[in-house]
Design a protein around this ligand. Structure first.
Ligand code: UTP
Length: 293
């Protein structure tokens, strides 16, 4: 067992345009769309905090002010709730701003995920840090980022979240070429972006959780734009492979992709079915289905 630095910071790239969810995301960041009773981003921040991160760094862009306001104190609302003796609600609203220390850096142009992570350099340099893509809500105990941090503590280097996908789905994800080294842990040899099944080195896909070594910033600086003219994080991690260990971990938990209409609807239904109260609402709505017009 090697001694590793604590992972105390978690970066949330949230500067993307959310085009797959238009028109809902024309004025509202997709991260602020509700999943049952909390915005999608709230789940990711809870995961980071439960994983031991104290500093949450958002990489934001145009039109993302609602995220900053959500994690800030809302004095007027707190006072109004207090004046109406709604102390539980006041505390709930206030606790959101106390979850962690929040800071914000700006990505002036959405030039890709790699570029977004590079925008976090000033805050995250010099230590390993977590990255959460909040579109993917992860339900897991221990939290999925925490599982990656445990692998980092044992093996060092960078760690990517992996999930086995169906053969038809390899062309939707980054797929790794990797050797198993322990329970669920793989040493990554290479990675291929969205390969057709015939060219996929495995069925292990990279999902939106990472622990990255600070060495990633050197690779991001040297990066050329890749697919779609964007700076791809995958390309920088591939370059890192020549210099440092990169591990993959097949996390234990459930992934709910909330970045598309279909994914969000599925996630909302699955979450609603988990709770006896909302489950009843879904079931009776299904009985009514089709009879609204
Ligand atoms: P996506 O690929 O989901 O892109 O980005 P998007 O723009 O958010 O959504 P679509 O595809 O247009 O519907 C993955 C993550 O990387 C962030 C996004 O906010 C999301 O969390 N991102 C992407 C940035 O922060 N900056 C970028 O330039 C691109």
């Amino acid at each position: 067992m090697t001694t590793q630095m604590q992972v105390s910071k978690c970066l949330f790239p949230v500067a993307g345009l959310g085009t797959r969810f238009l028109p809902a995301t024309k004025e509202i960041p997709k991260e602020m769309l509700p999943l049952i009773d909390k915005p999608i981003i709230h789940y990711g921040v809870e995961e980071a905090v439960r994983s031991g991160c104290k500093d949450i760094v958002f990489v934001t862009g145009r039109g993302k002010r609602a995220i900053e306001d959500y994690f800030d104190r809302s004095w007027e609302l707190e006072q109004l709730l207090e004046a109406r003796d709604k102390f539980d609600l006041r505390d709930m609203v206030r606790d959101i701003s106390h979850m962690a220390r929040f800071s914000y850096v700006r990505q002036c142009e959405p030039l890709g995920l790699g570029h977004a992570v590079l925008c976090g350099e000033q805050v995250c340099e010099g230590e390993p840090f977590g990255v959460i893509l909040p579109d993917d809500v992860m339900l897991g105990t221990p939290p999925v980022l925490g599982q990656l941090i445990s692998v980092h503590r044992t093996f060092g280097g960078s760690v990517l979240a992996l999930q086995e996908v169906t053969p038809e789905d390899t062309s939707r994800y980054g797929i790794v070429d990797a050797d198993p080294v322990g329970e669920g842990v793989y040493r990554i040899r290479n990675m291929v972006e969205k390969p057709p099944l015939s060219q996929a080195p495995s069925r292990l896909a990279i999902m939106g959780r990472y622990v990255l070594s600070p060495g990633i910033f050197r690779e991001l600086h040297d990066l050329n734009p890749g697919a779609g003219g964007e700076y791809q994080l995958t390309d920088a991690i591939r370059a890192l492979l020549d210099k440092e260990s990169v591990w993959g971990f097949v996390y234990r938990g459930k992934r709910l992709d909330c970045g598309t209409k279909a994914g969000w609807l599925r996630a909302t239904t699955i979450m609603a079915m988990e709770d006896p109260e909302t489950r009843q609402i879904v079931l009776s709505a299904l009985e009514e289905g089709g009879n609204v017009r």
